[in-house]
Design a protein around this ligand. Structure first.
Ligand code: HEM
Length: 215
C-alpha cells in the first residue's frame, strides 16, 4: 500500500499541473508580466498565510496538526517585508483580497478553527509547494524584475531557517505518513488537499483576468 505522502502527492498531481500551467503562472514565469502583477499576486498570498499562520498558534498542542506547526515555515513576516518593498510603507492600507482569495482564506481559517486534518491539507499544499516550485518562481522573479538575490521582494521564497529543503521535505513526508488519522479521515484530508489546489487555481484564474496577457 502506498504511504500517505505518496497518496496525497499522486492525488493532487493533475491539479498541480493545472496550477503550474495556468495562464497567469505561465505568463509570470515566462517573464511576460510587469511587477504590478507580481505584487498583486504577493498580496493574495498575504491573505492565505495570514489565515494559515494566525490559526497555527492554537494548533501547536493539537495531536494531529501540532507536529506540522514549525516556525521555520512561517511566511507572514517575509511577505510583509516583500510587500513593503513592492508597495511602499503604506502597503497595508491598499491591500485587498480578490473574491477567490477571500474564499480560500476563509476556508483555511475554518479548517484551522474546526478541523486539524483539513488544516494539514492546506498546510501541505502551500508550504511543500513553496519549498519546491517556489524556488523556480523566486529565480524567475529575481531575473525579471531585478530583485536582489534572496532579498526584498522575494523573501517569501527564502526559508532562512531551513538549510536543506530536500531533507526538510523528507521529514515532512514522514510526518504525513505517521499522521494520526484513520482511513476515512485520510480520504477527507486528500479531498481537502484537492480543494486547496482548486483554490489556488481559482486565484490564478482571477489574477489572469486582471492581467490578461495570454488571452
Ligand atoms: C509555476 C508554478 C509551479 C512550479 C514550477 C512548481 C514546481 C514544483 C516542483 C519542481 C516540485 C517538486 C516535486 C518534487 O519534490 O519532486 C513541486 C512540488 C510541489 N508543489 Fe509545485 N509548482 C508550482 C506551483 C504550485 C502550486 C500553485 C501549488 C499549490 C499551491 C504547488 C504545490 C506543490 C506541492 C504541494 C508540492 C509537493 C509535492 C510532494 O512532494 O508531495 N505547486 N512543485
Amino acid at each position: 500500500m502506498d504511504s500517505f505522502s505518496t497518496v496525497i502527492r499522486t492525488a493532487s498531481h493533475e491539479q498541480h499541473t493545472e496550477a503550474e500551467t495556468s495562464s497567469f503562472m505561465s505568463d509570470l514565469l515566462g517573464g511576460r508580466l510587469g511587477v504590478e502583477a507580481y505584487a498583486r499576486y504577493t498580496e493574495q498570498l498575504w491573505f492565505v498565510y495570514e489565515a494559515l499562520e494566525t490559526g497555527a498558534d492554537r494548533l501547536t498542542s493539537d495531536p494531529v496538526a501540532g507536529p506540522f506547526i514549525r516556525p521555520e515555515l512561517f511566511r507572514l513576516a517575509a511577505l510583509e517585508r516583500d510587500l513593503a518593498h513592492l508597495r511602499g510603507a503604506g502597503w497595508r492600507a491598499a491591500l485587498s483580497a480578490l473574491p477567490a482569495t477571500e474564499a480560500y482564506a476563509a476556508r483555511v481559517r475554518q479548517c484551522a478553527e474546526q478541523w486539524p486534518g483539513g488544516y494539514i491539507a492546506h498546510h501541505y499544499t502551500r508550504y511543500l509547494g513553496d519549498l519546491s516550485g517556489g524556488q523556480i518562481i523566486r529565480d524567475k522573479a529575481e531575473k525579471t524584475w531585478g530583485f536582489a538575490r534572496k532579498g526584498d521582494g522575494v523573501r517569501f521564497y527564502v526559508f532562512e531557517g531551513i538549510g536543506n529543503p530536500a531533507a526538510f521535505k523528507r521529514g515532512y513526508r514522514e510526518l504525513l505518513d505517521g499522521i494520526r488519522a484513520d482511513d476515512l479521515e485520510r480520504q477527507r484530508i486528500v479531498a481537502e488537499c484537492k480543494r486547496a489546489f482548486a483554490s489556488n487555481t481559482a486565484v490564478f484564474r482571477a489574477l489572469g483576468r486582471e492581467f490578461p496577457l495570454s488571452a
